[in-house]
Design a protein around this ligand. Sequence first.
Ligand SMILES: *[C@@H]1O[C@H](CO)[C@@H](O)[C@H](O)[C@H]1NC(C)=O
Ligand SMILES: *[C@@H]1O[C@H](CO)[C@@H](O)[C@H](O)[C@H]1NC(C)=O
Ligand SMILES: *[C@@H]1O[C@H](CO)[C@@H](O)[C@H](O)[C@H]1NC(C)=O
Ligand SMILES: *[C@@H]1O[C@H](CO)[C@@H](O)[C@H](O)[C@H]1NC(C)=O
Length: 329
Amino acid sequence: MRSLSLLLILSLIAILSQPTFSKSVRCHPQDKKVLLKIKQHFNNSYDFSSWNPDTDCCTWYIAKCDRLTNRITIFDLKTADDVAGPIPDAIGDLSHLTSLTFHKLPNLIGTIPPAITKLTNLQSLTITWTNVSGPIPPFLSQLKNLTGLSLSFNKLTGSIPPSLAKLRLLESLFLDRNRLTGSIPEAFGDIPASLTYIDLSHNQLSGEIPKGWSGFNFEYLRLERNRLDGDASGLFGKSKSIWKVDLSRNMFAFDLTKVEIPDSLKYLDMNHNKIFGSLPAGLEPLSSLNVSYNRLCGRIPTGGVFQEMDYSSFFHNKCLCGPPLPECK
Ligand SMILES: *[C@@H]1O[C@H](CO)[C@@H](O)[C@H](O)[C@H]1NC(C)=O
Ligand SMILES: *[C@@H]1O[C@H](CO)[C@@H](O)[C@H](O)[C@H]1NC(C)=O
Ligand SMILES: *[C@@H]1O[C@H](CO)[C@@H](O)[C@H](O)[C@H]1NC(C)=O
Ligand SMILES: *[C@@H]1O[C@H](CO)[C@@H](O)[C@H](O)[C@H]1NC(C)=O
């Protein structure tokens, strides 16, 4: 009897000392295998120190498990100087990912790997503030479930692939601060109605904006610091719901006089273009306005935004006049 209870106690101790028996493990073995491959790819960098192979991968940092399926659905690696090398192909084997982020990784290099196309459940792809280079791959259009695509602040070159217009669930597209060339693809004239946030600023894009954009209702559009030209007046109109437009430092040339300013508009920057005519009605309610360095003429209206902004929002035009610029002759 005594030896039996001793045996019982001993086996209890044995069970309790096994970490895997103390709690049920949620982590899917396949996901764990892939994550450990990724850790090895990045040379076991300090950032992955919570990724202890003896523990449940659902408790690790950077990767997050779904509450119901226990599969890794979020991979969010950011602000790490010692993460070096290219994006690992193994990332494509985290088959349940819905959100993938590489942000502020100065030593992340190489191109965007085709392995990413295996992530068909992906809704959000963010590769920002890295040294990733090469083209924006046309194959990203295979990620049909994407609602957000952010590739800002990298060293991406080449032109914008027309195939991105095939992402019919896209809501935001940020390709700013790269070295993109060529024109905005004409295929972008037919982007989904859900795509209302676009930032293509700080690139070397040239040519005119797609004709189809006149019939399109953006909320937020940034095209500043490119080499775009032609007419951008179609972006405006009474029925639009756009609240921020930045066209500054391009070569846009169109008559501003008859442009209808939407009631929704709050921020308008058009400095450094070749815009002519006079300031249209309806600008007063804006919070911020800059039309400097253009070819505008006529008297500056009074009140509202015209009272808030200083002369630097209006200077260097052909013949704009009145406060805050010198009086009209
Ligand atoms: C990873 O570590 C090995 C061995 O220490 C080293 O040769 C290699 O350069 C490192 N790779 C990266 C990307 O840091
Ligand atoms: C790219 O690498 C250079 C040189 O190492 C570094 O100075 C720069 O900050 C990196 N860029 C980004 C966006 O991290
Ligand atoms: C999009 O996601 C849904 C649900 O997550 C999935 O069933 C579907 O296969 C995905 N679409 C594509 C094109 O893979
Ligand atoms: C308007 O833009 C010009 C040119 O970039 C700049 O010098 C000026 O400071 C801006 N004004 C305001 C109020 O932002």
